[in-house]
Design a protein around this ligand. Structure first.
Ligand code: ADP
Length: 216
Protein backbone atom coordinates (compact mmCIF):
# COMPACT_ATOMS: atom_id res chain seq x y z
CA UNK A 1 0.00 0.00 0.00
CA UNK A 2 1.18 3.52 -0.80
CA UNK A 3 2.90 5.47 1.94
CA UNK A 4 2.62 9.23 2.21
CA UNK A 5 4.57 11.93 4.01
CA UNK A 6 3.20 15.41 4.52
CA UNK A 7 5.55 18.25 5.40
CA UNK A 8 3.92 21.38 6.87
CA UNK A 9 0.70 20.94 8.81
CA UNK A 10 -1.10 24.22 8.18
CA UNK A 11 -4.69 24.24 6.96
CA UNK A 12 -3.85 22.55 3.67
CA UNK A 13 -1.25 20.02 4.87
CA UNK A 14 -3.29 18.89 7.86
CA UNK A 15 -6.33 18.40 5.66
CA UNK A 16 -4.32 16.27 3.21
CA UNK A 17 -2.87 14.21 6.10
CA UNK A 18 -6.26 13.70 7.76
CA UNK A 19 -8.00 12.70 4.55
CA UNK A 20 -5.32 10.19 3.55
CA UNK A 21 -5.48 8.66 7.03
CA UNK A 22 -9.28 8.43 6.87
CA UNK A 23 -8.86 6.60 3.58
CA UNK A 24 -6.72 4.03 5.34
CA UNK A 25 -3.23 5.08 4.24
CA UNK A 26 -0.07 5.34 6.33
CA UNK A 27 0.89 8.97 6.78
CA UNK A 28 4.03 10.49 8.25
CA UNK A 29 3.29 14.11 9.23
CA UNK A 30 6.13 16.57 9.85
CA UNK A 31 6.06 20.15 11.12
CA UNK A 32 8.57 22.35 12.91
CA UNK A 33 5.77 23.66 15.13
CA UNK A 34 5.14 21.32 18.05
CA UNK A 35 1.53 22.47 18.45
CA UNK A 36 0.68 21.56 14.88
CA UNK A 37 2.20 18.12 15.37
CA UNK A 38 0.31 17.58 18.62
CA UNK A 39 -2.99 18.32 16.91
CA UNK A 40 -2.41 15.46 14.49
CA UNK A 41 -0.53 13.07 16.76
CA UNK A 42 -3.59 10.94 17.51
CA UNK A 43 -4.86 11.06 13.95
CA UNK A 44 -2.00 10.04 11.64
CA UNK A 45 0.27 7.00 11.78
CA UNK A 46 3.34 8.99 12.72
CA UNK A 47 3.73 12.68 13.63
CA UNK A 48 7.16 14.25 14.11
CA UNK A 49 8.31 17.69 15.22
CA UNK A 50 11.27 18.62 13.03
CA UNK A 51 12.41 21.13 10.47
CA UNK A 52 12.34 19.64 7.01
CA UNK A 53 15.19 21.96 6.08
CA UNK A 54 17.57 19.62 7.92
CA UNK A 55 18.61 16.96 5.49
CA UNK A 56 19.75 14.65 8.29
CA UNK A 57 16.23 14.73 9.72
CA UNK A 58 14.65 13.80 6.40
CA UNK A 59 17.18 11.00 5.97
CA UNK A 60 16.73 9.56 9.45
CA UNK A 61 12.96 9.52 8.97
CA UNK A 62 13.47 7.58 5.75
CA UNK A 63 11.47 10.12 3.77
CA UNK A 64 13.21 8.94 0.61
CA UNK A 65 11.33 5.65 0.74
CA UNK A 66 7.85 7.16 0.77
CA UNK A 67 5.85 6.86 -2.42
CA UNK A 68 4.56 10.41 -2.30
CA UNK A 69 5.79 13.40 -0.30
CA UNK A 70 3.56 16.46 -0.08
CA UNK A 71 5.30 19.78 0.62
CA UNK A 72 2.57 21.86 2.20
CA UNK A 73 4.65 24.71 3.57
CA UNK A 74 2.67 27.76 2.57
CA UNK A 75 3.83 31.17 3.67
CA UNK A 76 7.55 30.48 3.93
CA UNK A 77 8.21 30.33 0.19
CA UNK A 78 11.93 29.87 0.58
CA UNK A 79 11.54 26.79 2.79
CA UNK A 80 8.90 25.40 0.47
CA UNK A 81 11.28 25.65 -2.49
CA UNK A 82 14.36 24.39 -0.63
CA UNK A 83 12.55 21.38 0.84
CA UNK A 84 11.11 20.45 -2.56
CA UNK A 85 14.58 20.65 -4.09
CA UNK A 86 16.14 18.56 -1.31
CA UNK A 87 13.48 15.87 -1.66
CA UNK A 88 14.05 15.57 -5.40
CA UNK A 89 17.82 15.46 -4.93
CA UNK A 90 17.38 12.71 -2.32
CA UNK A 91 15.55 10.70 -4.97
CA UNK A 92 11.93 10.90 -3.79
CA UNK A 93 9.87 9.60 -6.70
CA UNK A 94 6.84 11.82 -6.41
CA UNK A 95 6.92 15.24 -4.80
CA UNK A 96 3.71 17.24 -4.67
CA UNK A 97 4.28 20.90 -3.83
CA UNK A 98 1.78 23.56 -2.86
CA UNK A 99 2.12 26.92 -4.59
CA UNK A 100 0.42 30.13 -3.57
CA UNK A 101 1.23 32.09 -6.71
CA UNK A 102 1.82 31.31 -10.38
CA UNK A 103 5.44 32.40 -10.09
CA UNK A 104 6.07 30.13 -7.13
CA UNK A 105 4.45 27.34 -9.11
CA UNK A 106 6.80 27.93 -12.01
CA UNK A 107 9.85 27.79 -9.76
CA UNK A 108 8.62 24.58 -8.11
CA UNK A 109 8.08 22.99 -11.49
CA UNK A 110 11.56 24.05 -12.69
CA UNK A 111 13.28 22.50 -9.69
CA UNK A 112 11.56 19.20 -10.28
CA UNK A 113 8.28 19.06 -8.35
CA UNK A 114 6.26 16.31 -10.00
CA UNK A 115 2.91 17.89 -9.25
CA UNK A 116 2.28 21.50 -8.30
CA UNK A 117 -1.06 22.29 -6.72
CA UNK A 118 -2.67 25.69 -6.29
CA UNK A 119 -5.32 25.13 -3.60
CA UNK A 120 -6.46 28.74 -3.25
CA UNK A 121 -6.58 29.41 -6.98
CA UNK A 122 -8.40 26.15 -7.75
CA UNK A 123 -10.90 26.53 -4.94
CA UNK A 124 -11.60 30.12 -5.97
CA UNK A 125 -12.19 28.96 -9.53
CA UNK A 126 -14.47 26.18 -8.34
CA UNK A 127 -16.55 28.46 -6.14
CA UNK A 128 -16.83 31.08 -8.89
CA UNK A 129 -18.03 28.52 -11.45
CA UNK A 130 -20.48 27.12 -8.97
CA UNK A 131 -21.83 30.59 -8.21
CA UNK A 132 -22.52 31.64 -11.78
CA UNK A 133 -23.68 28.42 -13.34
CA UNK A 134 -27.07 27.29 -12.18
CA UNK A 135 -26.43 23.61 -12.27
CA UNK A 136 -22.80 22.85 -11.54
CA UNK A 137 -22.24 20.85 -8.37
CA UNK A 138 -18.56 20.03 -8.75
CA UNK A 139 -15.74 20.23 -11.28
CA UNK A 140 -12.61 18.14 -11.67
CA UNK A 141 -10.10 19.59 -14.09
CA UNK A 142 -8.59 16.68 -16.00
CA UNK A 143 -6.27 18.85 -18.05
CA UNK A 144 -6.19 22.52 -19.04
CA UNK A 145 -8.69 21.62 -21.78
CA UNK A 146 -11.00 18.95 -20.35
CA UNK A 147 -13.11 18.62 -17.22
CA UNK A 148 -15.32 16.14 -15.48
CA UNK A 149 -18.40 17.95 -14.22
CA UNK A 150 -21.21 16.96 -11.90
CA UNK A 151 -24.36 18.91 -12.69
CA UNK A 152 -27.99 18.92 -11.66
CA UNK A 153 -30.08 18.03 -14.71
CA UNK A 154 -31.53 21.34 -15.97
CA UNK A 155 -35.34 21.56 -15.86
CA UNK A 156 -35.63 21.72 -19.65
CA UNK A 157 -34.15 18.20 -19.84
CA UNK A 158 -36.61 16.55 -17.49
CA UNK A 159 -38.56 13.88 -19.36
CA UNK A 160 -36.14 14.06 -22.32
CA UNK A 161 -33.85 11.27 -23.49
CA UNK A 162 -30.09 11.81 -23.52
CA UNK A 163 -30.18 11.71 -27.30
CA UNK A 164 -32.87 14.38 -27.54
CA UNK A 165 -31.16 16.57 -24.95
CA UNK A 166 -28.59 17.43 -27.61
CA UNK A 167 -25.80 17.36 -25.02
CA UNK A 168 -23.52 15.39 -27.30
CA UNK A 169 -24.65 16.76 -30.64
CA UNK A 170 -24.80 20.41 -29.71
CA UNK A 171 -22.14 20.64 -27.03
CA UNK A 172 -19.95 17.56 -27.53
CA UNK A 173 -20.61 16.65 -23.90
CA UNK A 174 -20.66 12.95 -22.95
CA UNK A 175 -22.80 11.76 -20.06
CA UNK A 176 -20.76 9.10 -18.25
CA UNK A 177 -23.22 8.38 -15.49
CA UNK A 178 -26.48 9.52 -13.93
CA UNK A 179 -26.94 9.64 -10.20
CA UNK A 180 -30.56 9.11 -9.24
CA UNK A 181 -30.99 9.16 -5.48
CA UNK A 182 -28.80 6.34 -4.22
CA UNK A 183 -28.75 4.62 -7.58
CA UNK A 184 -26.07 5.04 -10.26
CA UNK A 185 -26.75 4.49 -13.93
CA UNK A 186 -23.32 3.92 -15.45
CA UNK A 187 -22.76 4.45 -19.20
CA UNK A 188 -26.41 5.34 -19.83
CA UNK A 189 -27.88 4.54 -23.22
CA UNK A 190 -28.96 7.23 -25.65
CA UNK A 191 -32.63 6.50 -24.98
CA UNK A 192 -32.24 6.92 -21.21
CA UNK A 193 -34.80 9.47 -19.96
CA UNK A 194 -33.51 12.24 -17.71
CA UNK A 195 -35.68 12.73 -14.63
CA UNK A 196 -36.14 15.60 -12.24
CA UNK A 197 -33.54 15.40 -9.47
CA UNK A 198 -31.03 13.51 -11.63
CA UNK A 199 -27.37 14.43 -11.33
CA UNK A 200 -25.41 14.09 -14.56
CA UNK A 201 -21.73 13.24 -14.47
CA UNK A 202 -20.38 14.56 -17.74
CA UNK A 203 -17.09 14.86 -19.59
CA UNK A 204 -16.35 17.60 -22.06
CA UNK A 205 -14.00 20.28 -23.27
CA UNK A 206 -13.90 23.36 -21.04
CA UNK A 207 -14.84 25.48 -24.00
CA UNK A 208 -18.01 23.52 -24.73
CA UNK A 209 -18.87 23.13 -21.07
CA UNK A 210 -18.67 26.87 -20.60
CA UNK A 211 -20.89 27.38 -23.61
CA UNK A 212 -23.41 24.96 -22.15
CA UNK A 213 -23.27 26.59 -18.73
CA UNK A 214 -23.93 30.06 -20.03
CA UNK A 215 -26.28 29.25 -22.90
CA UNK A 216 -28.16 26.34 -21.42
P1 ADP B 1 -1.58 26.95 5.11
O1 ADP B 1 -1.81 28.14 4.25
O2 ADP B 1 -1.87 25.65 4.41
O3 ADP B 1 -2.27 27.02 6.46
P2 ADP B 1 0.91 27.67 6.39
O4 ADP B 1 1.98 28.36 5.65
O5 ADP B 1 0.08 28.50 7.32
O6 ADP B 1 0.00 26.91 5.34
O7 ADP B 1 1.48 26.45 7.22
C1 ADP B 1 2.57 25.76 6.84
C2 ADP B 1 3.08 24.89 7.99
O8 ADP B 1 4.40 24.50 7.62
C3 ADP B 1 3.17 25.58 9.34
O9 ADP B 1 2.52 24.77 10.30
C4 ADP B 1 4.68 25.66 9.62
O10 ADP B 1 4.99 25.44 10.97
C5 ADP B 1 5.23 24.53 8.76
N1 ADP B 1 6.62 24.72 8.35
C6 ADP B 1 7.19 25.84 7.86
N2 ADP B 1 8.49 25.64 7.59
C7 ADP B 1 8.75 24.35 7.92
C8 ADP B 1 9.91 23.51 7.86
N3 ADP B 1 11.08 23.97 7.41
N4 ADP B 1 9.80 22.23 8.27
C9 ADP B 1 8.63 21.74 8.71
N5 ADP B 1 7.52 22.46 8.77
C10 ADP B 1 7.56 23.75 8.40
Amino acid sequence: MKQFAVIGLGRFGSSVARTLTQMGYDVLAIDSDENKVEELADVVTHAVTASALEETVLKSLGVRNFDVVVVAIGQDIQSNILVTLMLKEMGVKKVVAKASTELQGKVLQKIGADIVVFPERDMGERVARWLVSRNIIDVINLSPDYSLVELAAPAEFHGTSLQDSGLRKKYGITVLAIRRGKEFIISPEARQIIEEGDVLIVLGSNEKLKLFETEG
